[in-house]
Structures are given as C-alpha cells and as structure tokens.
Design a protein around this ligand. Structure first.
Ligand code: PGA
Length: 253
C-alpha cells in the first residue's frame, strides 16, 4: 500500500539558527499529536546535519532540496548525494521547477542526479509540472509525461520503489493559485496511468504521488480527499509550524 506523505520544502529560507528552531517546533507538535501520514522536511544543505539531531526519526524524516549530478571531485560548491546521505537525510527533492528554470537543470542532468541519489540510498521526491502557457495550450499531459520519460522512466522496478512523484503545476507555485482538486486529481490519475503502463498496475498503485503548489490549511483536506492524491509538497506553508501541522492534520479529516 502506498504511503501518504506531507513534505515541506523550505527552499532558500531560514538561517541555521532559525531552521533548528523551526525543526524543533515541528518535532514537538508532532510528538504531542502524532501524525497519521509520513512527514518529511526538506531543508537547505547547511541545515541538514543539525536538523537531523533534533528530529524524532520515527515521526519526521529529513530531506535535501537538491544534490549534485557528479559523484565527487573538483566541483567547487557542489554537494553530492553521498554527502547528503551522510547527514542523516533520507530524501532528496529533484526536478523542482525552480531548479529547472533558474539553474538550467535539463532532463539529462536530472537523470544523473536521480541515479546518484538512488545509488546512495536516498529516496527521491521527483517533481514535474507544466507552465500556465502549456496548460492553456492543453499540453500538460504531454509535458509531464516527457519529464518523467526523460529522467525517471529509465529506472528499474526495484529503483522505482524509492521514487515519490510530486506534480507541481508551475502556475500554482508560490502564487496563491492552487489547482482545483479536480484538476490535481485528473493529472495525478493520468500520472498513475502512465506509471502503470511502464511499471505495471501494482507498482503504480504503490507509488506515492503528491500535489504541490499553494497547498495550505484551507485547501489540503479537499485535495487529500481525492483518490489519487497521496499528500502534498508544501513550500510557503511549511515555514509556519501551525500551518504545516494543519496540513498534516488534513489526513485526520
Ligand atoms: P508553495 O511551493 O507551496 O509555496 O506554492 C510548493 C513547492 O514549490 O514545492
């Protein structure tokens, strides 16, 4: 059975001290009132080792927001998948539209990153999603399919077990514009159908697929009530403990 997950993506927010405080707060509220879904917080690299020390791993898992497309060596400023893993992190977000858009991460680069992450024992939260223009031209299915085909559909069935997908329409990220729950469900059902074509029905049913893009305490329960939506990848609302907790609690409704 696939796992329900609420994952926070802190992006480039919080200095180290603030990040530790936020992680402790999240940990405390979840210890007091246990979640009934998996919870992951994905933080900037510099926070990982310290945040790993304050989390109760049975309640909150840790992830990075990126990793390098090279194994090791003379790549000044880069952080490898092995380094991420050595902090205690279990997950890494790859393929986020902000990385594709601002840092020119191509499908080929992402394919390498995914391979290195999996080889180093990380679980990958792989993002896909279309722009507003592409949606208006009704190309969203083709775009998402190509993103998956070009970076993750090359994986073996065994590797696939460590992939979580996140559909994040670019027009809904940080804009306050959420996809309607019907739009999100339609896309997630489509994604599950192409996963089934590639890996079989059983694997598709076991694949966790998240929705991301302006998910908040007001819309999470409605989104999570849909059969193919297994949780959320949360940006802005993951920086406030009460909002993040309220989204986690949407699984209790
Ligand atoms: P948002 O970001 O929740 O702030 O829209 C989601 C994401 O980019 O992962």
């Amino acid at each position: 059975m696939r796992k329900k997950i609420v994952a926070g993506n802190w992006k480039m927010n919080e200095n180290l001290q603030e990040g530790i405080i936020l992680a402790k707060e999240i940990n405390t509220v979840l210890e007091a009132d246990k979640p009934n879904c998996g919870v992951v917080i994905c933080t900037p690299f510099i926070h990982l080792a310290s945040v790993a020390q304050v989390l109760n791993k049975s309640l909150v898992s840790l992830g990075a927001e990126n990793c390098a497309d090279k194994e090791k060596g003379a790549y000044t400023g880069e952080i490898s998948a092995a380094m991420v893993k050595s902090t205690g992190a279990e997950y890494v977000i790859l393929g986020h539209s902000e990385r594709r858009q601002y840092y020119n991460e191509t499908p080929e680069i992402l394919k390498e990153k995914v391979r290195l992450a999996l080889d180093n024992g990380l679980k990958v939260i792989f993002c896909c999603g279309e722009t507003l223009e592409e949606r208006e031209a009704e190309k969203q299915n083709a775009i998402v399919k190509a993103e998956l085909e070009n970076s993750v559909f090359n994986l073996s069935s065994t590797d696939w077990e460590n992939i979580i997908l996140a559909y994040e329409p670019i027009w809904a990220i940080g804009t306050g514009k959420t996809a309607t729950s019907d739009q999100a469900e339609e896309m997630l059902a489509y994604i599950r159908s192409i996963v089934a074509e590639k890996y079989g029905r059983e694997a598709a049913d076991d694949t966790t697929i998240l929705y991301g893009g302006s998910c908040n305490p007001g819309n999470a329960a409605e989104l999570f009530s849909k059969p193919d939506i297994d949780g959320g990848l949360i940006g802005g609302a993951s920086l406030k403990t009460s909002d993040f907790k309220a989204i986690i609690d949407a699984w209790k409704k």
